[in-house]
Design a binder for this molecule. Sequence first.
Ligand code: C2E
Ligand code: CA
Ligand code: CA
Ligand code: CA
Length: 279
Amino acid sequence: AKHEGRNNFQIYEVSPEYALQHGMALKTRLRHAEGNGELRVVYQPQVDAKSEDIVGMEALVRWEHPELGMISPAVFIPLAEETGLIVSIGEWVMRTACLQAKEWEQRYGLRLRLGVNLSAVQLMEPQLLDTVARVLRETDLDPALLEMEVTESISIKAVPNLVENLHGLHNLGCHIAIDDFGTGAASLDYLRRLPADRIKVDQSFVRNIGVDPDDEAIVRATIEMAHRLKRAVVAEGVEIEQHLQFLREHGCDELQGYLFCRPLQPVSFDKLLAERQRL
Ligand code: C2E
Ligand code: CA
Ligand code: CA
Ligand code: CA
């Protein structure tokens, strides 16, 4: 279990092993998690690499189980995908986060970009575009502020609607980010075939800055390639000053990671924005 303090929703009392053993029971509970108000959305800032201004945020879901405590999305998202619950959970996360982004836009006059993760299961849904269009209409958020994060581990072949759905989302005015870039087998194919505006360099590369020259070379090459293709680059998992310096030096556009901020509950994120406003 991680112990980063309850305020940041970082305590995962349920291990992947537990989840494996109690998968059925968890799935049954998960069915009611949304209705029981046990789901939360936390927000992690993304900052401009030069100014360190907050320019965006990623919405990350949490499950606050009344007996088991906070359950990591790494544990319950796979269960939600197996059961198909991810479709309604994903819609709930999107709506909650869009409402929140709209609120912050109105309160602080800030147009922060909002990253929302999409699962392969959602991307297979023919109704995805209708759902996103409806959420945007109902929350009145500018589509240009919504960025869908699609992990590169999703196979273009295995998800027949993927390319079509992403073009559809792009046509709605949303942005697309390729998540976990460099970890799948299809990085370049993804870049060529999907309407991506942004690349998220995976944390496994960032972690090895200062450690593994090969990974450093991959990070530099990724930034260079992305820029030649006129895509922006965010690095995830920026934890120490050395990461920051390297990424800045090599022209990475934006940064996300514990060095700046952990994912925050809405009240804490709100405080952060209010403080920045006063500076
Ligand atoms: P991801 O999309 O790659 O999200 C980034 C993960 O890295 C988050 O973990 C975040 O808390 C963590 N992180 C951020 N900065 C740092 C850092 O500096 N160091 C380290 N070690 N980690 C950092 P989290 O919130 O536990 O989410 C895990 C994964 O669960 C996400 O990975 C994403 O794949 C999935 N997920 C989370 N929320 C959603 C959601 O609403 N829908 C879907 N489909 N998947 C989600
Ligand atoms: Ca993500
Ligand atoms: Ca990622
Ligand atoms: Ca990941």
